[in-house]
Design a protein around this ligand. Sequence first.
Ligand SMILES: Nc1ncnc2c1ncn2[C@@H]1O[C@H](COP(=O)(O)OP(=O)(O)O)[C@@H](O)[C@H]1O
Ligand SMILES: [Mg+2]
Length: 403
Amino acid sequence: MHEIIRRAFEGPTIFRDESKLFPDYIPFYLPHREAQLQSLARYFRVILDKPGSVSQKVIITGPVGTGKTVVSKRFGLEVEKYAADKNLKLRYVHVNCHRDRTLFLVMRRIAEVLSCPIPSRGLSSQEIMHLLRDILEHEDMYLLIALDEVDYLVRTAGGDVLYDLIRITEDEVDMKCRFNYILIMRDLSIIPALDRSITSALMHNIIRFSPYTSGQIMDILRDRVNEAFEPGVVGHETLKLISDITGFDTGGPGDARYALELLWRAGRYAEQEGYSRVMPDHVRKAKRDIHPSLRTEVIDSLAVHEKLLLLAIVRSLRKSGRAYISLGMAEREYKLVCEEWNERPRRHTQVWEYVQSMKRSGILMTRISGPGYRGKTTLISLPDVPTEIMERYLIESLRRLKS
Ligand SMILES: Nc1ncnc2c1ncn2[C@@H]1O[C@H](COP(=O)(O)OP(=O)(O)O)[C@@H](O)[C@H]1O
Ligand SMILES: [Mg+2]
């Protein structure tokens, strides 16, 4: 047999289970988030003690990578289990508002969890909600709905969406309260856009998540290393470097997702290079590939043509060396990129829509041209991530999609 292939098949691997480092894994223990889990349990105790008496709502807020999503999901799993032991039918529904960005899509996600197929046409959100409520009544069931990245939903669809959602789940008198909510947001800036009737109750139920310190990240990584790698593969020095790069008190963003991604990529480099241990230099290499502001899950969730357009924008910015490029320039490059990836370019209006949507996600920044440009044109820039890192990640993401 071919020696290189044989060695790759049979040689030692350093990972025991890589997937334990991926963002969608929900670990059992969540170090340094015990207080937040306890708060959640205290707020929602009432729906276990007196089901149907109130519709409880809690806000979770904190910067990226502070564990908001994972804490909410872990709580959801636990509360479902606990309720089942008490013969109470309580279901947890996690809605990612980045993906489900309208009231209709949010409801469809909820319906999916209830295994209630709803037609994609013909029903208003109100009608769907009544349908869902009938099922809940019939089955004597309760829901805990986590609206993750709800800032995004409110910014794209307006503050009324939340009001509509919460109102139609509450409007009938004499009915049991079957809908409860966790609203997950990065900061509280959307609050003024919401209706007073929602916020007055909510302002007392806020759970805050602070950026992690380097010591806290160290604890989080240690747990994961044991699950993801073979024993002895990742040493203290390597972990220390990652925690110091990412810890808030050591000048980093305090973002656990960034730390885990560095660890995973460093492991990949070590494996590729045939090392049996992950060295600090592998971390340094990994750091070149990603950036704390590069929100890989947001990039991954873009449509193919959004990715192609973003790649074109990034390339034009890099080639021109300018802070901003015009939409026209981006579109010309986009046609070339489409050719390269064998895709037929989308029309101008669609391209414009993509730019708006990526702007709302915080990936792009735009302004209208001033002096020095003919007429008024949209100028586009990349606010956070260096073009080189963004370009490399986009190509990686597109390749993954194509293969
Ligand atoms: N306390 C913790 N213990 C273990 N893993 C954590 C903890 N906090 C965050 N993580 C992990 O870090 C990553 C980012 O967390 P996430 O919940 O997605 O952050 P957020 O939603 O605040 O952006 C996920 O992979 C998550 O599993
Ligand atoms: Mg999250």
